[in-house]
Design a protein around this ligand. Sequence first.
Ligand code: G3I
Length: 381
Amino acid sequence: MTADSRRSSRSTLLLAVTLALGAVLLATLVVVTASGHGRSTGPSVAGSATPSPPAPTPERDRLRDLMPPGVRIGTAIDGRALSLDSTYRDVLATEFDTVTAENAMKWRNLEPSEGVYAWVGADQLIDFAQRSRQSVYGHTLVWHNDVPQWVSPDWSPERLRAVLRAHVTAVVSHYRDRVWAWDVVNEALDEDGTLRDTLWLRKLGPGYIADAFRWAHAADPSARLFINDYGTEERSRKSDALLKLVRDLRAQGVPVDGVGFQAHLESARRPAGLAANLRRFAALGVSVAITELDVRVKLPAGPAQLRQQAAVYRDVLAACLSVPACVSLTVWGFTDARSWIPGYHRGYGAACLLDAQYRPKPAHTAMIELLGTRRPRGPGA
Ligand code: G3I
């Protein structure tokens, strides 16, 4: 047998042995995977004795995983809690897919002196949201509250209009393509449905509303632009007035894309007419959104009140889900540890979905149960 033939038979033998080994390894892999109940936890090491760890099952259902496609679930973010409280951050990131700054984007916080912007607080919120795969709802550009002190009511209408325009343009431009929707004008109506007597109405006339929408649209044509108010959730003089205002603005070609209903509600009263009211606004061709939902309870909050509260939260979610134009439901804080209610509504509190220890309350369970039958939205939805 020549040297060459000896070499080729050796390499044939080597090839045969390698192929045999490969076949054995493949067979082992198939066996191991088959014993894993179809859970793909990524590649596992061949021949390893210990089965791969089961996928972490969430200790409880999360709202953002159960919302139907096209309907966002959100919360207002308390800036201090975001920076100081890791549990707050964890729950926030896993429960909600859209967020609103409770205070960080208000005029007096963003522009503490004329032309000088303090973006840090709001930028941090946006960065957190992007890392948590959340969209951001901007709150708010034009409001009668939180106007910085440097804005003088004695200024001429031209000067006031110029600073208002500069503010709307600067803020919307800074957050262009990072904010999906803006509360352009907040609480423009008084309880009787007339335009609220504000610095803007007194000095600029009713046209300030249309101007603000046009300025915001010019600064970010892709952002959805909302007019937001409270006490308009069901048919009322104020809700009728808002419907007329939106119809008139759109008839003038003003880019009003949506109407926000704050929904600061009380546990003792179920919002029976909400769905019908959302539908009549939707018929104007706008989106509707629940923007600041909380359900305050007369303290002490006993099991009966918490059941009542759960029914109200469930009603609001059901109403939103029943109206295709309802694009998001945002709660105004998600834990009783961080809520504006006790400070503003004496004797009331416990208004949120989770208690002060971040434990789900009957309200959270009621929303999860209502969503339970719907198609789950997996990660990356
Ligand atoms: O951050 C300052 C702190 O430095 C200071 O020591 C403290 C004492 O004065 O004030 C703190 O600012 C407070 C801020 O909340 C943060 O806690 C403001 O005084 C207080 O006015 C502000 O209240 C907010 C209120 O809007 C007015 O902007 C509430 O948190 C917020 O929940 C509430 O939200 C409004 C929506 O924007 C519009 N719809 C109604 C809703 C409830 O009123």
